[in-house]
Design a protein around this ligand. Structure first.
Ligand SMILES: [Zn+2]
Length: 187
């Protein structure tokens, strides 16, 4: 009864791995793989999502930003504050999709670029090219590399050199500075 045992094995395999397989995506092992992941970011965008142009800056007054962003979102994005670790629901977000700037909607990361860093903040090992800019800050005495959204200037987080290979980067992002758009369109 060869067919039966094969079917049984397949069923057992599905039961053992099924719940995880849909969320597992292999992390690229080479920079070529990282480049392909960056180039293919639109494949994770929900159909019909309007994407703003990174080259068209969004400039608003302080009052306009205060109207647009609530509480900690405002202090993080516009005043470079940091949310408390472990507070963002995006830490546990594992569905396929795209993470956009909560200030202006510019797509910054995809679900494929996310990894579990154990820090309590959503973490990514690379980003969508052309969407982030960096500067050095000295807020906690030693220099750190701050990064922000190219389009609206909104502060997102800090980048460190202890991320997974091949990039070796850890983009440590405030969850309140991002909005997740699942690929299947269901929020
Ligand atoms: Zn933005």
């Amino acid at each position: 009864m060869k067919v039966k045992s094969t079917t049984r094995r397949a069923l057992l395999g599905f039961l053992a791995l099924g719940p995880f397989v849909t969320h597992v995506h292999a992390q690229p092992k080479t920079m070529k793989g990282i480049k392909e992941m960056q180039d293919n970011w639109k494949s994770l965008l929900a159909a019909g999502t309007a994407v703003p142009n990174a080259a068209e800056p969004l400039k608003l007054s302080k009052d306009e930003w205060k109207k647009r962003l609530q509480g900690v979102s405002y202090s993080v994005l516009r005043e470079e504050d940091t949310e408390r670790p472990g507070t963002s629901p995006l830490n546990a977000e594992k569905r396929p999709g795209v993470f956009v700037c909560a200030g202006c909607g510019l797509p910054l990361f995809t679900s494929e670029m996310k990894y579990e860093s154990g820090t309590g903040w959503p973490s990514f090992f690379t980003y969508i090219p052309g969407t982030l800019q960096t500067k050095t800050d000295f807020k906690i005495v030693y220099p750190r590399t701050e990064y922000h959204c190219t389009r609206c200037g909104g502060h997102q987080g800090h980048v460190f050199d202890d991320g997974p290979q091949p990039t070796g980067k850890r983009y440590c992002n405030n969850g309140v500075a991002l909005k997740f758009i699942p690929k299947d369109g269901k929020a």
